[in-house]
Each structure stands twice: as structure tokens, then as C-alpha cells.
Design a protein. Structure first.
Ligand code: FAD
Ligand code: SIN
Length: 529
């Protein structure tokens, strides 16, 4: 079966939807998304969007904070462009109907998060992502040029490789003609042809045993792009959010950094506020520092969690500032105004991804990438809090401008073969998939986490290679299904993370190696795979 659009968008989070709304003015758009359209990392974003709106703040300060957090690897031109575009992005969301929280004076309410020198996070209570997803989906759903295909899973990007031509990562020119997509209701693989394709598949938190990310975050976009021989970079920089809830009934529910922005204090089990021992910014130090400090406290004291203490704040303020988080904790018998909240770090964000230039173009023609799947150069070795929604919106816009121009000179490729599933059978061995997935997540958590070493990385590499061989053997014999494709993608992403981490023989930003605890000036460069 064939579907044809001018623009194919893979993913219905903030990046995919905002790109779709822009390009829909110039052509037909197909958005494919693997579950319900709202299911995305975007939908769970809590804290907000970092943007300079206060008269005493400045673009320069936001740029500087971003560069400091990024530990030498941000691209200053990209950072400056993104920061300067922020106010326009917010204006556009408000025009679309987004209802952000206001101060008593009726202005947008701004909070502070770790690594920011000023209050500059605009938010919709503590459910900012839900509000963004709501307005973007409502607009996209009404647009006559946009078709949203839910429960459609992108399996492979179509390039010259599918026409029997040899494609290499660094030498050959490559073009993207669309994607092979599994309709999970009919279980049929369709060809979706497009003149331009946007990868907006989000993050990969599910590669780790504990993650704040929802189940969709399996790194499919990075894996597909890598298989299609696109350039991928900086995959070693995995951000662990310092404060995810430690509770058996709610693994890794995020307790927003805004909680510390409002005055929350991290304490160890003895009650000591420990962050000042690690950084002069104490609880508002950038995330890499806070997550490592917690890890150190847990190891030093043999504890399984630390606490986030808001009990010195007024109950009505906590409820006003963090209504969703307060409600969630209360449902687990934790009253944040009375009880300290048990927290641990969890995998949260991937700074690396599919390499793009400042206009969202990848190394494959006709393939653009925006949002968490991309590595644009804004985050460097460590993302500053609330800069990722900003990045998703800004790069969706830049990609849209380029893609609208690009399709002027392109027609659909008509000679793409159907998906070939000859020699494959339906599987009954679901246990192989679920077991291998758990094994992978455990390996990544234990050996490729907040603190790394050569020994652990080598061990992870060997284990992952074995999983790769097993799963590829299984894949070539089996009719495609989502759990198997996701596992295959997660293994590819794990391989990219481990290989990049093994290449970087220093400690920088989110990548901390016990064997090389210092930054090395000669290593200020991206890891390219
Ligand atoms: P997503 O919003 O994740 O969307 C990806 C889409 O791709 C989904 O629709 C998914 O189903 C689809 N998809 C994936 N693979 C496939 C496939 N193979 N086929 C078809 N569809 C596919 N950032 C901030 O800046 N501020 C915050 O306050 C903040 N809070 C956060 C809180 C939480 C709990 C989490 C998890 C993240 C938070 N982040 C925050 C990060 C931010 O939400 C994400 O980086 C951002 O939303 C990513 O947007 P995106 O459009 O790139 O991807
Ligand atoms: C949070 O609310 O702490 C998440 C913010 C982010 O990931 O940028």
C-alpha cells in the first residue's frame, strides 16, 4: 500500500506538530505517530520553556548560562540564534491559544531552574507540555492539509539503499524518499512517500532501567537515521534528572526542577542539606552536578534515595506552584508540605542524536530532524533546564522554512519497492523480546550511568554486542512487530551511547569517567559516528 504526501512528519510531539503547522501552508502533510497522538515526551514536560522575557534579563545571560552548562561543546552561533528566537516562539504558542501561568500583575510568570542566572522559565502550572501538546494537536487536527495517522510505527527511512544502490555514511550522496511504516492495527507495512521528511521522534530514555520518559521514548529516530547512514553525534551525553520520585508504585515520576527553583532543598537521610558541599550554586547547580552529588551521597552512605524538602514552604504556595506534582505525591500518601519527598536520579534526556546544521538539515538530503532526536549544537555536553522545548520549537520552524523551499525542486520517487517480508513468520517467542529488553536496560543502568569507567563501558559493549547478534538473528526470521523493532532500535542506540562514551577519554558535562576525571582541552570536539 502506498501513501503520498509533500511532507512526512514522524512524531507528534512539539517538534513534529509545530513543523507540520508551518509547512501545511505549502503542501500536504502526513504525521505518523506510533501510539495516540498526544503520547510524547512533550506531553509530560513539567517545568516550562526557557525564554528571555523579563526586562532585567538579557539574551546574553541566557546564552552564557547555556554555554556554561554545555561545558565547552555548545555551538555559540546556534545557541544565540535559538535564544533570540525564544520570545517569538512563545508569542506564536500564545496566538495558537496556549494558556501560560500569569503573575499577580497579569504578566507571564517566570520561574528559575538549575543553571539559570535569572527567572526565565515560562510555564503552565507544572504541566507545561500538556498545554503545548493540547494547542498544537487541536490546530493540526483541524488543518485541511494535515492527516494524522495514529498507531503507525516508522520502521525504516527509504533511501537509495532500497533501490539496490550502495550507500555509505561519509562518501555517497543520499536522499530520503519517505519511510516504511507499520500500521499496527492492520499489521501491514506501508510505503509512505514524501518529498521531504522530518524526524521528530523524541528521546531514548527507555534504554535505561529507570527513566522519566514514557514508553514511546525508545530512540527509534536515531536508530533509523543511523541505519540509513546519517551522521549521528554526541551520544555519550545522557542527562539524568536529579529528582525522580522513589516509590514502588510510581517509578521515576518527575519532580520538576521548579521545585528547587521555588526553594526546595536536597537532604540526605541524616537530614543534611548536602548540595553546598558540591557547588556554590547549591541546589540550583546544573543537573549534571546535582545528579552526580546525589549519586555520591547514595554511594557514600549506602542509601537508596535522598530527600527533596519543601516542608519549610507554605502549603498553599506548593499547591499553587506545583499542583500536579503535589496531587501525585498526595495520592501516594506524601504530603509535600509535611513530608520530605524521596527522590533519585533517572535517565531524562539525550543531548546527542541525529546531527543537523543550524537549519535542521541532516546529512541525508530531504531528511530534516528537530527536537530531542536531533543534535543541533545547542546543548553541548549538558542541556540547560527547559532549553529542550525551546530547541524543539525553534528547529521545527527552521526545518520548515528549509523544507518548504526544498520540495519546490523535488518530485515523488515512484520506483520504491514494497516492503519485503519473505521468509519471515509470526513470533510466539515474546519472552525473548521482553527478557532482552530488560537485560539491555539493566546493563545501561549499571554500566553506562551517571558515573562511568573503562571497565564498565567495555563490559557494557560486550553484553550489548551479544544482544545485538541475538536480536538481529531473530529479526530476519520474524514478521515485524513494534516490540521487536523497538528493541532493535534500543540496542542500536545503546551501542551508539557506549561507543561514543568509550571514545571520550575525559570527563565533560554529563559524561563522567572515573579513569579520566578531568576535562581535556584537546578533546573539545563533537563525537561523530
Ligand atoms: P516528543 O515530544 O517525545 O515526541 C516524539 C513523538 O514521536 C511521539 O509522538 C512518539 O510517539 C513519536 N514516535 C517515536 N518513535 C516513533 C516511530 N518509530 N514511529 C512513529 N512515531 C514515533 N523540556 C523542557 O524544555 N522543559 C521541561 O519542563 C521539560 N520537562 C520534561 C519532563 C519530563 C517528564 C520529560 C520526559 C521530559 C521533559 N522535557 C522538558 C524534555 C522535553 O519534554 C522533550 O525533550 C521534548 O518534549 C521533545 O519533543 P519532541 O517533539 O522532540 O519529541
Ligand atoms: C523539569 O521540570 O525539571 C524538567 C525540565 C527540563 O527537563 O528541562
Amino acid at each position: 500500500m502506498i501513501k503520498k504526501f509533500d511532507f512526512l512528519v514522524i512524531g507528534s510531539g512539539s517538534a513534529g506538530l509545530s513543523f507540520a503547522l508551518d509547512v501545511a501552508e505549502k503542501g500536504t502533510v502526513g504525521i505518523i505517530t506510533k501510539k495516540n497522538s498526544a503520547e510524547s515526551n512533550t506531553n509530560y514536560a513539567q517545568g516550562g520553556i526557557a525564554t528571555v522575557l523579563d526586562q532585567y534579563d538579557s539574551f546574553e545571560k541566557h546564552v552564557e548560562d547555556t554555554l556554561i552548562a554545555g561545558a565547552g561543546l555548545c555551538k555559540p552561533k546556534v545557541v544565540r540564534m535559538a535564544v533570540q528566537s525564544g520570545p517569538d516562539m512563545i508569542r506564536k504558542l500564545i496566538e495558537l491559544g496556549a494558556d501560560f501561568t500569569k503573575s499577580n500583575e497579569g504578566k507571564l510568570h517566570l520561574v528559575r531552574e538549575g543553571g539559570h542566572s535569572h527567572n526565565r522559565i515560562i510555564h503552565a502550572d507544572d504541566m507545561t507540555g500538556r498545554e503545548i501538546e493540547r494547542v498544537l494537536l487541536a490546530k493540526a487536527g483541524m488543518h485541511p492539509n494535515i492527516t494524522i495517522l495514529e498507531h503507525h510505527f516508522a520502521m525504516e527511512l527509504i533511501t537509495e539503499h532500497h533501490l539496490g544502490q550502495k550507500v555509505t555514511r561519509y562518501t555517497s550522496e543520499k536522499n530520503c524518499f519517505g519511510a516504511y511504516v507499520l500500521d499496527t492495527k492492520t499489521e501491514k507495512v506501508e510505503k509512505v512517500l514524501a518529498k521531504a521528511t522530518l524526524l521528530a521522534t523524541g528521546g531514548a530514555g527507555q534504554v535505561y532501567l529507570h527513566s522519566t520518559n514514557p514508553e514511546i521514548a525508545t530512540g527509534d529516530g536515531v536508530a533509523m537515521a543511523y541505519r540509513a547512514k546519517a551522521r549521528v553525534s554526541n551520544m555519550e551525553f545522557i542527562q539524568f534528572h536529579p529528582t525522580s520520585l522513589y516509590h514502588p508504585e510510581s517509578d521515576s515520576f518527575l519532580i520538576s526542577e521548579a521545585a528547587r527553583g521555588h526553594g526546595g532543598i536536597l537532604r540526605n537521610k541524616k537530614g543534611k542539606a548536602f548540595m553546598a558541599d558540591y557547588d556554590e550554586r547549591a541546589d540550583l547547580a546544573p543537573r549534571d552536578i546535582v545528579a552526580r552529588a546525589i549519586d555520591d551521597q547514595l554511594k557514600k552512605h549506602g542509601d537508596d534515595h535522598v530527600y527533596l524538602d519543601l516542608t519549610h514552604l507554605k502549603k498553599e504556595d506548593i499547591i499553587k506552584w506545583l499542583p500536579n506534582i503535589y496531587g501525585k505525591c498526595l495520592s501516594l500518601n506524601i504530603d509535600m508540605a509535611v513530608n520530605m519527598v524521596p527522590v533519585v536520579p533517572a535517565a531524562h534526556y539525550i543531548c546527542g542524536g541525529v546531527w543537523t546544521n543550524i537549519d535542521g538539515e541532516t546529512t541525508i538530503k530531504g531528511l530534516f530532524a528537530a527536537g530531542e532526536v536531533a543534535c543541533t549544537g545547542i546543548h553541548g555536553a549538558n542541556r540547560l533546564a527547559s532549553n529542550s522545548l525551546l530547541e524543539a520549537l525553534v528547529f521545527a520552524r527552521r526545518s520548515a522554512i528549509k523544507a518548504m523551499d526544498y520540495i519546490q525542486h523535488i518530485s515523488h520517487r515512484e520506483d520504491i519497492p514494497e516492503w519485503d517480508d519473505s521468509g519471515t513468520v509470526n513470533t510466539e517467542e515474546w519472552v525473548l523480546i521482553s527478557h532482552n529488553k530488560l537485560e539491555l536496560q539493566q546493563v545501561m543502568w549499571d554500566y553506562v550511568g551517571i558515573v562511568r569507567s573503562d571497565l564498565r563501558l567495555n563490559r557494557a559493549f560486550r553484553r550489548t554486542k551479544l544482544l545485538h547478534v541475538e536480536v538481529e538473528n531473530f529479526y530476519i526470521r520474524t514478521k515485524v512487530n513494534v516490540p521487536l523493532c523497538q528493541l532493535r532500535n534500543m540496542i542500536a542506540v545503546a551501542y551508539l551511547i557506549i561507543s561514543s562514551a568509550m571514545e571520550r577519554k575525559e570527563s565533560r558535562g554529563l559524561h563522567y569517567m572515573t579513569d579520566y576525571p578531568e576535562k581535556k582541552e584537546e578533546l573539545i570536539q563533537d563525537t561523530i559516528l
